[in-house]
Design a protein around this ligand. Structure first.
Ligand code: CO8
Length: 300
């Protein structure tokens, strides 16, 4: 069901399909697949496990279009009683998600900023309050400098469990300060709930992106596994969580997360207006342009 205060899922053109997984001569559990432009979902109706893949090249940035499709897919799974758990991963080889799309926060109208921010809020409330077991399988294989910044990190932090491909070149964190912007209170709350106040405060003030081994040590991710074992490990962890009665696990999750979600729900429109007035400031726009320029230069 839609979290309180959220608009109902909007309708958008989507491609639906049904498929049955077959081994030679044997019909296995039905698998239901649906996709739109940027999200791929496959639900195994036998196990109740879905895999949701991000596929928005080049770096799965969370643009307004991406978030709209993601929200529809999340809500569709949430409303499907047959779906008990989701593994989130990337269909793009080199990155899980590069965070919120900076171009949606730069040089646009205030109406656009407001619509964008409502989509970010809706994504977080749906994911953080999900009744399903949610596992982030943070993958990457080909890029030399993959990392999972800001909004990408928030997405992972909002899941029940995070497994990351084991590579010291991979980084994760809430790096907003590096962009000259400030992580909203609910990003901070979600971070504090995972790692505790002191680690979150230092990491947020400095806008740190932590290398994978440090992220494990700080508790930002729960496990590191070799890239090729990531999906199997995620499935095994999910099976463990699904072995428990749904109602007990769901009520416990709600008890742990509700106060943090309620804070946003209570101040949702105020939070939109704060975002719009902050992001539209010329000094902030300048910081974002500078950051984009720096990314371009780094590329050479
Ligand atoms: N938004 C928009 N475009 C992006 C983003 C992004 N977040 N990330 C990368 N891109 C673009 C690049 O500019 C580049 O574009 P082009 O090809 O036109 O030059 C293209 O995607 C590919 O990027 P790279 O060449 O850098 O790809 P790599 O594989 O070498 O690196 C990385 C991938 C590591 C993800 C790298 O792109 C990177 O570090 N990106 C920066 C990401 C970042 O800092 N994101 C933070 C966004 S802010 C956020 O999520 C929370 C904001 C909260 C707002 C609160 C305000 C109140």
């Amino acid at each position: 069901l839609c979290p309180p205060g959220l608009p109902p899922p909007c309708s958008r053109a989507q491609t639906w399909g049904r498929s049955a997984r077959r081994l030679p001569g044997l019909l296995l559990a039905q698998s239901r697949a649906f996709s739109n432009n940027k999200i791929l979902v496959e639900l195994d109706e036998g196990s109740g496990v879905a895999t949701l893949k991000f596929k928005s090249p080049p770096v799965n940035s969370l643009s307004l279009d991406f978030l709209t499709e993601l929200n529809i897919s999340l809500e569709k799974l949430e409303n499907n009683r047959g779906c008990r758990g989701v593994i989130f991963t990337s269909a793009i080889p080199n990155v899980f998600s590069s965070g919120l799309d900076i171009t949606d926060m730069c040089g646009k109208s205030t109406e656009h900023y407001a619509e964008f921010w409502r989509a970010v809020q809706r994504m977080w409330l749906t994911l953080y309050g999900s009744n399903m077991v949610t596992i982030a399988a943070i993958n990457a294989s080909s890029s030399e400098t993959p990392s999972y910044p800001a909004g990408g990190c928030l997405f992972a932090l909002s899941c029940d469990y995070r497994i990351m491909a084991d590579n010291p070149k991979f980084f994760i964190g809430l790096n907003e300060s590096q962009l000259g912007i400030v992580a909203p209170f609910w990003f901070k709350d979600a971070f504090v709930n995972v790692v505790g106040h002191r680690i979150a405060e230092r990491s947020l003030q400095l806008g740190l992106l932590h290398p994978a081994p440090e992220a494990l040590q700080l508790g930002i991710v729960d496990e590191l596994v070799p890239e090729e074992k990531l999906q199997d490990k995620a499935a095994a962890v999910l099976a463990q969580w699904l072995a428990l009665p749904d109602h007990a696990r769901q009520l416990t999750k709600s008890m742990m997360r509700k106060s943090v979600m309620d804070r946003l729900v209570t101040h949702q429109e105020e939070d939109v207006q704060n975002f719009v007035s902050f992001i539209a400031k010329e000094s902030i726009q300048k910081s974002l342009r500078k950051y984009m320029e720096m990314m371009r230069k780094r590329k050479g």
